[in-house]
Design a protein around this ligand. Structure first.
Ligand code: 13P
Ligand code: SF4
Length: 347
């Protein structure tokens, strides 16, 4: 890597510093905890005790394993989680999701400690748009005077380069509010971007990124499951390809899936998104049946990053206050501007 590439990476990619000196002392009971039996119930008790000792809040995405969803204070989609992160009075945020979600919490809370269970829990979609590459693209196409709209599944460095952030829950509304006289560059998800254009009629240039999980659903795999359950209503996430979205009765964010299935008269739903969503739906709508959308290779789709988080790692990150998210201020400040603009536009 050239030194200019290195500099630009340092400037735009967030930095995690595992050896950062903790403002709060680690709870000295960790050794004792490690000797205890590690059933889920015991671990949950340890986590609740640590949470109290730390004055921490546990935020979990809808794709987390069932046990993490059960122990969390709030389970939701990226928009709901951002709102919770913006409003919390806790000293510590333990974010159970993927790296960019922990970063978003830190962007909004520079003075709080933000920990995540596993630093390696990334996101293929976020990785498809590195900040230095976006910066170079914007430089190369400066004549386009792009208004950059970034899906929240991106790094803090990309958020810092964006004018506004969107989630799948508010994207159409925010794109409609974009200046009419500007060209829009939508990053990094081409499928979500195309879905927003279908809804709003607003033309956008799309970064060619995708989520490796959602593009695994195919027209054939969804046709097959529909044929086996002709009465079922199909609900898909907008990160799916057009061929799959066309087979869905509803395309929406993970949070909207809960209200949609609750309010709908149907009893059976095929859920075309990551498998963790099934737990949230079954828990909140016990009388109905949810069938995971299959891919061509498996009966339901797991995000390998989301599934890196375990109760043990959550317990350890609360006990050790590591790994932590840290973001240099020259990246965090502009990133906060674009995240706050999103929160204002979707209030
Ligand atoms: P939601 O914001 O709809 O929960 O989606 C987040 C995500 O990562 C989808 O893959
Ligand atoms: Fe990223 Fe896809 Fe996993 Fe969501 S499901 S976190 S978009 S890799």
């Amino acid at each position: 890597m050239s030194s200019s590439e290195e500099n630009s990476r340092t400037k735009h990619e967030s930095v995690t510093t595992p050896h950062w000196k903790a403002p709060l002392e680690p709870v000295p009971l960790l050794a004792h905890y490690r000797r205890m039996p590690t059933t889920s119930t015991d671990l949950m008790e340890e986590i609740r005790a640590l949470k109290k000792a730390r004055n921490a809040v546990i935020l979990a995405h809808n794709y987390q394993i069932a046990a993490i969803q059960e122990v969390a204070d709030f389970v939701g989609d990226s928009l709901g989680l951002s709102r919770q992160a913006a409003a919390t009075g806790a000293d510590v945020i333990a974010f159970c999701g993927v790296h960019f979600m922990g970063e978003t919490a830190k962007i909004l809370n520079p003075l709080k400690t933000v920990v995540i269970p596993d630093l390696e829990a990334g996101c293929s979609l976020s990785d498809s748009c590195p900040a230095p590459k976006l910066e170079a693209f914007l430089h190369e196409h400066h004549g386009k005077n792009y208004y950059v709209i970034a899906y929240i599944n991106c790094s803090a460095g990309v958020k810092a380069l964006a004018d506004v952030i969107v989630t799948s829950g508010n994207a159409a509304r925010i794109v409609e509010a974009a200046p009419a006289d500007r060209n829009i560059l939508f990053v990094p998800d081409q499928n979500l971007g195309a879905w927003v254009t279908e809804q709003t009629g607003r033309k956008m240039d799309l970064w060619q990124g995708h989520c490796y999980v959602h593009v695994e659903f195919t027209r054939e795999s969804i046709h097959r499951i529909k044929a086996g359950h002709p009465e079922a209503v199909v609900v898909a996430h907008p990160e799916c390809t057009l061929a799959v979205r066309l087979l869905a009765d509803e395309v929406c964010s993970t949070e909207k899936m809960v209200t949609f299935c609750k309010d709908h008269a149907a009893q059976t739903f095929i859920i075309v998104t990551e498998s963790g969503m099934l737990h949230r739906l079954e828990r909140e709508i016990p009388g109905k049946t949810f069938i995971p959308g299959p891919t061509d290779h498996c009966a339901c789709a797991d995000c390998r990053y989301m599934k890196m988080n375990t109760l043990e790692k959550l317990r350890d990150c609360l006990a050790n206050l590591e790994p932590r998210i840290e973001i240099p201020e020259d990246v965090r400040r502009p990133a906060e501007r674009s995240v706050r603009r999103m929160l204002e536009l979707s209030a």
